[in-house]
Design a binder for this molecule. Structure first.
Ligand code: ZN
Length: 680
């Protein structure tokens, strides 16, 4: 998923994911051996901290960069693979998490059974589609396929509509039914509407792909049907909101009463639709992209039932391609993998099987992962660090120079409501009612989908749960959810060298601590300004706060404008400003938190480095990255994050860094005290 940071309900921030790196052949990092002692810290702190590592780091073949994130992802993928395969070999007790994970994987891998069952697994569902004979039965069928595997980041649900059950934009106490656009086989609207030669050719290939899929299911006259299906999808796409609108939360907040659908979106039999979807009693819905609901409903009314049936048959095959015979899975890859994404070779079946197991049983795999790699002691240590970070913000906020007293009160109230999850959830999803068996890849996938839908719809009748996790523990990542007001840092992310549960506190606070504090700042910056303490929409800064904030940021814009890695290209300080402010907030707050963790005692010296030195060293090592010149140039042009070297140079604004490394006037990175920036 792409980082999605404009005004979306969920924001994934790539920043925490760009961590420090260790040599690929090592599991733990020895931070001191990566130092280049020939460089003076005050002249080039990034190369002082990382020189040894940068000299030996090799960008893997086929990739354009190499950093800790790549190392963590590779390491975690290996661990997850081993755990899932061990579960498959273990034949654990029926009903246990291990049994479900193992059987899901092993069924997916059992290609001979999949081949032997052929397309017959689809027969029942195909019969239901064939029985559609009216707009009413068509509407009911569409309701029954409503996709619940969506969230605030979905731009095109994998069925005609998607549902995300989450708290409303105005009421944090209860969950409502958010309806998201969907129904397109290609990823988004522009794929259908872009008139360039390239996209026109792509659509022709998509049409051929539809025809092949229909033929594989034994459907006659496939070419004619494929052309008509594509035409229908183009019409569906015309109703979809453009990307910028689709992700603009102020345009998403459209509450519709149940009765309004028939009036505002005629064509669909909404009674039949909502009854089949299991939400006939729901009084209100939040329609994220009204034009898509109106447009698709009109097409249900205007297009023939037979055309819709062809469309539904094709999408049924496509949806289950991964658990259908080889020829179907191969055709699916030929279009989505090769034609659309340029991949020459399909990944190994085992990789797909692990991804499918994670998708169906994410928190079951997460339990196996954390039982081995992220124990309660690790969670407790990370939680203690988070408490220090929150306390550091609580102390910092009252002394901000640009924020008015009444806004500070609101910020402190919002801070008190912030929930931060680390490692794994306090309460796991209960999979006891999900049946998973061997030799039934298709059935397992169907039951997992039904289970997820049931679980999601159940939330409509319960109070909203801000403790729910939206990311699996075995993912290397973090997620900010603004509604409700939560941030989550997974066990996959919280591992060395970013965070070492048995390691040095100074390094942990300088690396993971600064990363988490960076993310916390987003809840209070311009982005977080549009959500209140409970995650409801509404600005809480005054216009004067905003003006003063922008004025305070000017110095930071100028500082980064001065970074020019090549004679013809410099960093654009405005483009990267929001992230630089967050980096600086993260660094300064994590430093305060580190001091809090010492509880007034002096830190020890390790490998000749004081705690203060190790804190800043870990911060700089977090940003190391080997990348090609072309990649670096592209990053400077388009990324909202500065190159790692300059993110590391945020230390120039921290008084404590000068003291820790004895940085003096005349050193290249030296800034006069009045030129140092402090916004948070
Ligand atoms: Zn960020």
């Amino acid at each position: 998923m792409t980082p999605f940071r404009t005004t979306a309900l969920i924001s994934l921030c790539a920043c925490t994911l760009a961590l420090s790196a260790a040599p690929a052949n090592q599991n733990t990092s020895d931070s001191t051996q990566d130092i280049d002692h020939s460089i003076k810290p005050g002249d080039d702190f990034y190369r002082y901290a990382n020189g040894g590592w940068l000299r030996t780091a090799v960008i893997p073949a086929g990739q354009t960069s190499y950093d800790t994130r790549s190392i963590l992802v590779a390491r975690t993928s290996r661990r997850v693979r081993d755990l899932v395969q061990e579960a498959a070999a273990a034949h654990s007790a029926k009903g246990s998490v291990g049994q479900k994970v193992g059987d899901y994987y092993s069924s997916f891998m059992d290609e001979s059974t999949i081949e032997a069952r052929g397309m017959t697994v689809l027969a029942d569902e195909m019969a239901v589609i064939s029985a559609i004979h009216s707009k009413q039965s068509l509407s009911a069928y569409l309701g029954s396929t409503l996709n619940s595997e969506t969230d605030g980041l979905t731009s095109n649900a994998d069925h005609v509509f998607g549902v995300w059950v989450n708290q409303s934009f105005t009421d944090s106490q209860r969950c409502v039914f958010h309806i998201l656009q969907g129904g397109l086989g290609m990823p988004d609207r522009d794929d259908y509407l872009d008139q360039s030669a390239k996209m026109t050719a792509m659509r022709a290939q998509y049409q051929s792909h539809i025809a092949v899929m229909l033929k594989l299911a034994g459907i006659d006259d496939a070419e004619t049907r494929a052309a008509r299906i594509l035409t229908l999808e183009v019409q569906i796409a015309q109703g979809h909101a453009p990307d910028a609108d689709a992700s603009d939360v102020f345009k998403q907040n459209n509450p519709w009463k149940r009765a309004a659908f028939a009036v505002q979106a005629p064509g669909m039999d909404w009674d039949a639709y909502f009854k089949a979807a299991g939400v006939a009693e729901q009084p209100e819905f939040i329609v994220w992209q009204p034009s898509a609901v109106t447009g698709t409903a009109a097409l249900v009314g205007s297009e023939s039932v037979d055309l819709w049936k062809d469309y539904l048959r094709f999408h049924l095959i496509e949806h289950y391609a991964s658990v259908l015979p080889k020829a179907v899975a191969a055709e699916h890859f030929a279009f989505y993998g090769t034609t659309m994404s340029g991949m020459q070779q399909a990944p190994d079946r085992s990789q797909d099987a692990i991804a499918a197991t994670n998708a169906a049983l994410g928190q079951a795999v997460g339990q196996l992962y954390t039982q081995r790699y992220f124990l309660p002691e690790a969670k407790a240590r990370a939680q203690a660090m988070v408490r220090d970070l929150i306390e550091a913000y609580r102390v910092r906020i009252p002394s901000l120079t640009w924020m008015s007293p009444q806004t500070k009160e609101k910020a402190l109230a919002k801070l008190a409501e912030l929930r931060i999850g680390v490692g794994y959830p306090d309460r796991w999803i209960d999979y006891s009612t999900l049946e998973v068996g061997r030799g039934d890849a298709f059935g397992n996938m169907r039951r997992a989908e039904a289970f997820n839908r049931w679980r999601n719809l159940t939330k409509l009748t319960q109070p909203a749960d801000p403790g729910e996790w939206r990311i699996d523990p075995q993912i290397v990542g973090a997620v900010i959810v603004f509604t409700p007001h939560t941030e989550t840092f997974s066990a996959g992310l919280l591992q060395p060298p970013f965070f070492d549960s048995k390691g040095d506190a100074a390094s942990n606070y300088g690396s993971a601590g600064a990363g988490i504090a960076h993310e916390i700042s987003h809840s209070f910056d311009e982005l977080g300004n549009i959500y209140d303490a409970q995650g409801r929409l509404g600005n809480w800064w005054t216009t004067e706060d905003l003006a003063k904030y922008h004025a305070a940021a000017e110095k930071l814009v100028a500082q980064f404008n001065g970074y020019c890695p090549f004679s013809d290209i410099c960093v654009n300080g405005k483009q990267v400003l929001t992230e630089n402010i967050a980096d600086l907030a993260g660094l300064l707050t994590a430093h305060d938190a580190y001091l809090l963790s010492l509880k007034g005692k002096p830190d020890v010296v390790i490998d000749g480095l004081t705690g203060e030195q190790r804190f800043f060293l870990a911060f700089a090592q977090r940003w190391r990255k080997a990348q090609s010149e072309a990649t670096l140039r592209r990053q400077i042009k388009s990324d909202t994050h500065s190159p790692g070297e300059y993110r590391s140079d945020s230390v120039r604004n921290a008084d404590a860094w000068y003291k820790a490394y004895d940085v003096m006037p005349g050193d290249k990175l030296y800034l006069m005290p009045e030129d140092r920036v402090g916004i948070w």
